[in-house]
Design a protein around this ligand. Structure first.
Ligand code: FEO
Length: 611
């Protein structure tokens, strides 16, 4: 049964998904499958853009016949001759004998290499800027050789402002019922696959992709239709921005990719320690064991991160075999513009470090750090300073992060959340004779009919446990005049072992028996929990509001207002000690021993000064 999808009034997707393929091109695993996209334009003439892989040929032919609705196929535009897009060519010639084939001269040559049928009588060769009028649409042909093969061209439909982009902007992964990138969480679920696809399929051809981007920039494009993956009709900037970085071999993120090859775990141990030191300095680090992770994934990661560390044991007087293969792949994919460091291991004649350096020398603009580490069988205590020095050198060479409070584990800049105008609330509960309350900033109205709110409460709070058990709470909305004492009393102490309300003059008991803030709150809400969702550190309670009243006209306090006007400013930390004038290492203590040697730069006590 056909399965087609409309893209525009007269454009239909007639491709298909393949979820049985294990290795795309025999090299790249595709656990999420892959789509082969083909598009049918029905104007006065009918035009098909490319075909599909033989694995999905049958579904494609059904889709095409259905989409044509009994019409003849007038043109097949072959943008790319690779067999995953041209396997159904002969089928089309048999089924639609009057069909013309529109392609570049190079495509014609490749077509004759792959097929024996009479091609010359039906082919129409196009070159740069040639057009084809199909009725109300004009198709403009743009040559983009080596995005991925030398014959490749893309097509621009100036009527609907659609770019048929061949392999460019493609992605691994089956479409699974969707077609448009905005129908899925592309950044979360597919950006890694788009990067893996780009880096491995067209990563070598950055200059040619840059040329395509330049040509595309001169066009007004509303929609991008690639040969694999999702169609882009919204937020095209998301994928274009990534392509601008990838094609220029510019890293997406400041941080370190550590690839290591370790036979007995000692090289891995050194790599692991380096990752720990980097994390301690707030530097993001990802690690790959090259014997376990396919090179294609590591190549993609190398396109993402700014710094690369290669740690390899020596094997047969050379680089360990899987590391050797990875480096070969990286060089072949033209990796450049990175800072790199090398760790080697060798029980008798360590050569891997020197050989890795030689390989990296074949790449453009690789800044090889002098900080290096050579291990003889296993890392020794005395070499920890060298690991520290390498971490220091890497951290020191990272580009500025612009002062963002970015979480090193998730990449999330937590300052962004301060821009959301959170309110602050006293959340109170009662269980038997025990009253308790805490301060939260996560209350939100969910619906107005029924009147329902949600609150997220840290599981470490005693109030959380009380609400869990009683299913009831009060919410007092704090105002800008609320003194820090309220935040300190209810927000910074635990109610497990004390009565937080003891001596608090501004609280009363509400008609539901739970205490609330009668001063410095402008509203009171009573609520009963209807659902609790486990969110890891917090529980999200969804609750029905049973009563609510306004207490005053004082403005509500926002989290930002609290930070800037209520919370006391912290005093700078006063550390006692000595700082190395050479490398910045800090020795903490009242006196510096005369024979002290800096563990980082090895300078003596004379190069330290008191702080
Ligand atoms: Fe999916 Fe280069 O072809």
């Amino acid at each position: 049964m056909h399965c087609t999808k409309k893209i525009a009034d007269d454009l239909t997707w007639v491709g298909a998904d393949d979820r049985r393929l294990a290795m795309f091109e025999g090299v790249y695993s595709v656990p999420g499958g892959v789509s082969y996209n083909s598009y049918l334009l029905k104007d006065e003439k009918t035009v098909l853009f490319d075909t599909v892989d033989k694995a999905v040929r049958q579904r494609f032919l059904e889709n095409l016949a259905h989409a044509l609705g009994g019409r003849e196929l007038d043109y097949l535009v072959v943008q790319h001759m690779e067999p995953d897009h041209s396997a159904a060519l002969r089928d089309l010639v048999s089924r639609y004998p009057a069909m013309k084939i529109v392609c570049s001269a190079k495509t014609l040559a490749f077509m004759k290499q792959f097929y024996d049928f009479d091609i010359d009588s039906r082919v129409e060769i196009v070159k740069e800027n040639d057009t084809l009028q199909t009725g109300s649409h004009t198709l403009h042909f743009i040559m983009v050789p080596m995005v991925h093969w030398p014959e490749v061209m893309v097509t621009y439909d100036s009527a609907d402002k659609i770019l048929f982009s061949a392999d460019a902007f493609g992605c691994f992964g089956a479409l699974n019922g969707a077609l448009f990138a905005d129908q899925v969480d592309f950044t979360r679920d597919y950006m890694d696959e788009a990067r893996r696809y780009y880096a491995n399929i067209v990563g070598k051809y950055g200059a040619q992709v840059t040329s395509l981007l330049k040509k595309a920039a001169a066009l007004e494009i509303n929609t991008i239709c690639p040969l694999h993956g999702f169609v882009w009709r919204r937020r095209l900037d998301q994928i274009l921005a990534k392509y601008a970085l990838w094609s220029a071999y510019q890293p997406e993120e400041r941080g370190v990719m550590i690839a290591y090859a370790s036979v007995y775990g000692n090289t891995e141990n050194a790599a692991e320690l380096l990752a720990c030191r980097l994390r301690e300095k707030g530097v993001p680090a990802v690690m790959f064991d090259v014997s376990v992770t396919p090179a294609a994934e590591i190549v993609a990661a190398a396109f993402r991160w700014s710094h690369l560390v290669f740690a390899s044991t020596t094997y047969n007087a050379g680089i360990f075999v899987s590391m050797d293969a990875l480096l070969h792949d990286l060089v072949a994919h033209n990796i450049q513009n990175r800072t790199a460091a090398v760790i080697e291991n060798g029980s008798w004649a360590a050569t891997s470090g020197k050989l890795i350096r030689e390989k990296l020398a074949g790449c453009r603009n690789i800044n090889l750090l002098e900080a290096a580490l050579s291990i003889k069988s296993s890392l020794k205590q005395g070499q920890l300073a060298e690991i520290d020095a390498m971490a220091e050198a890497i951290a020191g060479s990272l580009p500025d992060d612009g002062g963002q409070a970015r979480d090193v584990n998730t990449g999330v800049d937590t300052k962004a959340f301060h821009k959301i105008s959170y309110g602050l609330y006293l959340l109170s509960a009662k269980e038997n004779d025990k009253d308790n309350a805490c301060v939260i900033n996560t209350a939100v109205q969910v619906t107005s009919s029924p009147c329902r709110i949600s609150i997220a409460v840290n599981k470490a709070n005693f109030t959380h446990d009380m609400i869990r058990r009683t299913g009831e709470f009060n919410l007092s909305v704090l105002t800008q005049r609320a003194p820090f004492e309220i935040f300190e009393r209810f927000g910074l102490r635990s109610g497990k072992d004390m009565d937080k309300f003891a001596g608090a003059a501004y609280t009363e008991r509400a008609i539901n028996g739970i205490r609330y803030l009668s001063k410095h709150a402008n509203a009171l809400i009573y609520a009963k929990v209807i659902e609790a969702l486990d969110c890891g550190t917090h529980t999200l309670f969804v609750a029905d509001v049973t009563e609510a009243s306004v207490l005053s006209d004082e403005p509500s306090v926002t989290y930002e207002y609290y930070l800037s006007h209520i919370k006391p400013k912290s005093q700078p930390l006063k550390r006692k000690g000595f700082v190395c004038k050479i490398c910045g290492y800090i020795y903490e203590g009242d006196t510096l021993p005369d024979d002290f040697i800096c563990p980082l730069c090895k300078h003596g006590a004379a190069d330290f000064e008191a702080i």
